[in-house]
Design a protein around this ligand. Sequence first.
Ligand code: XMP
Length: 318
Amino acid sequence: SWTPEHFVDGMVASLQRTIGETDQVILGLSGGVDSSVAALLLHRAIGPRLHGIFVNNGLLRKEEFESVLHSYQGLGLNVTGVDAAQEFYAALAGISDPELKRKAIGRTFIEVFDREAHKVEGAAWLAQGTIYPDVIESVSVKGPAVTIKSHHNVGGLPEHMKLKVVEPLRMLFKDEVREVGATLGLPENILHRHPFPGPGLGIRILGDVTPEKVDLLQRADAVFIDALRQHGLYDKVWQAGSMLLPVQSVGVMGDERTYERVVALRAVTSVDGMTADWAHLPYEFLAEVSNKIINQVRGINRVVYDISSKPPATIEWE
Ligand code: XMP
């Protein structure tokens, strides 16, 4: 019968045979569970000949780049963190259309990844965290997202650099990937992380993306996610996040009239992301989060909760 321990032993031996004793391997890390588990398997097989590349696209959650990079380093992985936030902001400047934002983010990712990958001497392999559901069906994300997904898996690169592809998780389902990750010592914060879209906050800021809006949304979102954890609700929902809406509304603060932004909170329950129900979070919890965001995040004076299910709504707003 299948056990994560047997899988690890078999896969490590197989990776060693396939890759050999001298080849270098490149892997794009996202902070998600799949790429992280793929990295740990390869690390066990070939040690520092695995070169992880973790790109900060400036669209991650608050302090996520630093904390995830720190986790990777704590696991002994040979990882380069590349802070390319400004490059992504420049590519996104003035773009409001969701599809065009995805394209700009995907294109910039390839440019950055490509540049970093070329710095690895003797690179012969591109490793990917592809899992079985990715293999059998085109992923259930909106049209261009599929392109982004393949961008994130750096589809163009192998041809360009003549890299061979290695995908150690190809035969696993998500729950098996998590079991393997637990066996390999992947920390909780990565093991049980909610799904997070490749284009990140770029598709949770409706309208054009600016560094100021990213900062605003990151701070509001951190209040929401921290509160979910504190109340033991984080693991009860499939995914949660915050959307920055392109409208301002009137409020009062002290004697002053304010005219500031609206944040929509979104939390859903789901088994696979294909269909989803809005999470029936307790009113008291929502009240606390709303108060905290409005009091702590200047520039936001109104919080709403999304009560739409998928279908006909989608999980993301863009
Ligand atoms: P929707 O919004 O289509 O999202 O209900 C379903 C799941 O897919 C994620 N998602 C994406 N993931 N690139 C990704 O890698 C994308 O462009 C993208 N768009 C949506 C979403 O977070 C949810 O888990």
